[in-house]
Design a protein around this ligand. Structure first.
Ligand code: GLN
Length: 304
């Protein structure tokens, strides 16, 4: 498969969408990113990398971090995670509070904000130095020793994060947060602020693409069965109320973030990451969604 040629075609064929949508500004610091950035990288499980554009520039991965956090929590406490958070798509916006009230503080899944706040609480309880442990886990996962939190983005989000604070307080009210609400929020915003490049995201997600070997990274171990389940959650919940659309058009498990990134995997074949900051109204990258749709159409390979 000539992946490099396919990536070049994708770049040309998404050009017409390059001014569509708008970058996230509800986190003020994200509004300072150049919205015209475009990067894409595909890494095969045989270790070949195909990259194009701004694929080595780090950006704020935002909700893509929810997958990495889930892996860490699952590796530590296993299926006890599912006693506190479900695996059903929410069909709602990533920051919706509505179902959480109806369902008495049990988030639908770990890839919406409510679920990720519970996962953050688990990690805080299980790791004495959670922020450092998380960072070293992610560094090991992607092979990028310089990956780090972006303090300006984290504090920018903290200063406007009223809805996440409301969600965290709702969880606490229902007994689904054990640590202090402010500590959970602080840790959550830092995870979202992580700066990674498309190439580094590919490195991290290649561990989820590989079903042949158990996952053993930085002291976190996951069985192939757990990886299978994580991928199922990505497929059904990774794009919030657009998960059906992504599944229909792309057909790969993946996860988006409001920084404009999307990471996805083709089981046993490759991981892919794309970055373009302009978002559609659901908070997913316009060009990113199209790029991955073209990728599975052109290669003729998806999970379906
Ligand atoms: N930090 C963002 C928030 O909580 C993450 C949202 C996202 O990337 N979808 O609003």
């Amino acid at each position: 498969m000539n992946y490099q040629k396919i990536l070049e075609e994708i770049r040309q064929e998404t050009e017409y969408l390059s001014k569509e949508g708008a970058q996230a500004t509800y986190i003020p610091e994200l509004g300072n990113v150049n919205p015209d950035k475009f990067g894409i990288c595909l890494t095969t499980l045989k270790g070949k990398e195909y990259c194009l554009g701004d694929s080595d520039e780090r950006f704020s991965i935002q909700s893509i971090s929810k997958v990495l956090s889930l892996a860490m929590a699952l590796g530590k406490i296993g299926k006890k995670v599912w006693e506190r958070v479900g695996v059903e798509p929410s069909g709602n916006a990533f920051n919706s509070i509505f179902l959480l009230e109806m369902e008495k503080g049990r988030p639908r899944n770990p890839l919406i904000n409510a679920g990720a706040l519970v996962v953050s609480d688990i990690i805080l309880s299980e790791f004495p130095n959670a922020e450092e442990s998380y960072l070293s886990f992610v560094r090991e996962l992607c092979g990028g020793a310089e990956v780090s939190y972006n303090e300006a983005i984290a504090s920018s989000e903290q200063s406007t994060g009223y809805l996440n604070a409301a969600i965290a307080n709702m969880l606490k009210y229902h007994g689904n947060i054990n640590n202090k609400v402010e500590d959970v929020l602080h840790f959550y915003f830092r995870q979202c602020s992580l700066m990674m490049s498309c190439r580094e995201l590919c490195g991290a997600f290649s561990h989820f693409a590989n079903h042949a070997e158990p996952f053993d990274v930085g002291g976190i171990q996951l069985t192939t069965s757990q990886i299978k389940r994580m991928n199922a959650v990505m497929l059904t919940c990774g794009f919030y109320d657009e998960a059906g659309e992504f599944s229909y058009k792309v057909g790969l498990p993946g996860k988006s973030g409001v920084g404009g990134g999307i990471a996805a995997i083709c089981p046993n074949q490759y991981s892919v990451a794309v970055w373009s900051p302009r978002l559609n109204p659901k908070g997913n990258s316009v060009v990113g969604m199209k790029a991955l749709e073209l990728l599975t159409d052109k290669t003729g390979v998806s999970i379906f």
